[in-house]
Design a binder for this molecule. Structure first.
Ligand code: GDP
Ligand code: IMO
Ligand code: MG
Length: 441
């Protein structure tokens, strides 16, 4: 059986949730490996809308198991809430959700630290989701974090919470009255007990499952350009959202992974601060935002919109060594008379050969564009590649050529059904059907 990683190839919100849901049928387990409830993955099935934050999108398939790996940072309050919300929607997590005992825990003080950090940054603020994600990872790397296993051990919990609380006192003087270690120990300890039926050694669970022939789909959150190492630092999230993160974030070795699929929109969006070379601050950007309903699934913030950036996606193909690409939201471009594609960046007169690490350079890069004609026809809901207007087919071929990667799937609407699986006859070399042929269910 095959194990596959799904990653965002841009700055997040590429439609990973929809595609993970689509692929989940072919796998036994869906596992998240990084990030936390900063993610917002929207899945629409038969017109019904589900938004997942912490729990893998595979949970919407009643027969599938889902895992939250050690690389994720877990807010127990948010996790409990999400389990309850799913239950209210008729989706039961019991017996099929596995939360790593090694995952780090987000506490209220992490969120408060984050608010302080962002305030101090002023104009240079990252525009975080204010979920405590960054400070929780800081504590993890600082080797003072609390892990899910600690929630089940009252002595460790109290000792470590007291230590952390003291360490943060000078930083958070204003919290003194609002945070009480005794109350926190009690509340978090109780949550730990409530969630204990889900807590396990996820690394062992996944490896043993693979040993018995089961397959795992790894669901990335955020996107390659938000990766702490490879993204547009410091305007990034705090984890490794790229393919390598799937291994460190679950305890499954790279030797057990069979492929990596990247998800990219037919254009580009970003939420929060930081460089965005192809950003459109005009009516066209506003039109994309409205047609694409580009508002954050977690925070409701409007997403910044711009043209497809081949420099970004080419870099993602490189860093993740993508086997294939899924292009989503093609339908959002349906009414544009003309479309531009960024082929690369010019900096101080020269074309850049690689993606620059410095923000100052990115800020000064001038995108090089090619202009193509819009198809001005409805693609929304189309399921067959040959029914796409010729100009839309050409657009997809150009994207594939520019990033030198096959396109396996094109999404033409938010619903599970609104999807084109590229076939070998489409002219887009399609890897996905062959992948599934090799590993039939
Ligand atoms: P994720 O974070 O990568 O899972 O993406 P989000 O769920 O945050 O954002 C993608 C949004 O686009 C969601 O609201 C999806 O329902 C929607 N979506 C996904 N694919 C398509 C598509 O092909 N066309 C349109 N119009 N919407 C899509
Ligand atoms: P999904 O999984 C888009 C962005 C935030 C901010 C930066 C850091 O739905 O694609 P953080 O709270 O993580 O410390 O914020 O990262 N960000 C996302 N942008 N989609 C996401 O997740 C994001 N998760 C974080 O807007 O710019
Ligand atoms: Mg999202």
């Amino acid at each position: 059986m095959a194990n596959l990683i799904i990653v965002g190839a841009q700055w997040g919100d590429e439609g990973k949730g929809k595609i993970v849901d689509l692929f989940a049928d072919h796998f036994d387990i869906v596992a998240r490996y990084q990030g936390g409830h900063n993610a917002g993955h929207t899945v629409i099935i038969g017109g019904r809308r589900y938004v997942l934050h912490l729990i893998p999108s595979g949970i919407l398939h009643p027969q599938k198991m889902c895992a939250i790996g050690n690389g994720v940072v877990v807010d127990p309050v948010a996790l409990k809430q999400e389990i309850e919300d799913l239950a209210a929607a008729g989706i039961d997590c019991k017996g099929r959700l596995y939360v790593s005992n090694r995952a780090h825990v987000i506490f209220e003080y992490h969120r408060l630290v984050e608010m302080g950090d962002e305030k101090r940054r002023g104009e240079q603020r990252i525009g975080t989701t204010n979920r405590g994600i960054g400070p929780a990872y800081e504590d993890k790397m600082g080797r003072r974090g609390l892990r899910v296993c600690d929630l089940l051990n009252p002595e460790t919990l109290r000792l470590r919470l007291e230590e952390n609380w003291q360490a943060k006192q000078s930083f958070l003087a204003s919290m003194e009255d609002s945070w009480n270690v005794d109350e926190a120990c009690e509340a978090v300890g109780a949550l730990g007990k409530e969630l204990s039926e889900y807590i396990t050694d996820v690394g062992e669970f996944l490896n043993r499952s693979i040993d018995t022939g089961m397959s795992v789909l790894f669901e990335g959150a955020q996107g390659t350009l938000l990766d702490i190492d490879h993204g547009t630092y410091p305007f990034v999230s705090a984890s490794n959202s790229t393919a390598g993160g799937a291994c460190t974030g679950t305890g499954v070795s790279p030797t057990r992974i069979d492929g990596v699929v990247g998800i990219s929109k037919a254009y580009t969006t970003r939420v929060g601060g930081g460089p965005f070379p192809t950003e459109l601050l005009d009516d066209v950007g506003a039109q994309m935002r409205e047609r694409g309903q580009e508002y954050g699934a977690s925070t409701g913030r409007p997403r910044r919109c711009g043209w497809f950036d081949a420099a970004v996606v080419r870099y993602s193909c490189l860093i993740n060594h993508l086997d294939s690409l899924v292009i989503t939201k093609l339908d959002v471009l349906d009414e544009l008379p003309g479309i531009q594609i960024c082929t690369g960046y010019r900096y101080k007169g020269s074309l850049l050969r690689s993606f620059p690490p410095e923000i100052a350079v990115l800020d000064e890069c001038r995108p090089e564009y090619i202009a193509v004609k819009g198809w001005n026809q409805k693609t929304a809901g189309i399921q067959d590649f040959h029914e796409l207007p010729a100009l839309a087919q050409d657009y997809l071929k150009r994207l594939s050529d520019l990033v030198k990667t096959d396109i396996s799937i094109v999404s033409t609407g938010p619903d599970r059904e609104e999807t084109v699986i590229a076939s070998r006859h489409s002219g887009l070399e399609s890897w996905m059907p062959r992948f599934f042929d090799r590993f039939p269910r």
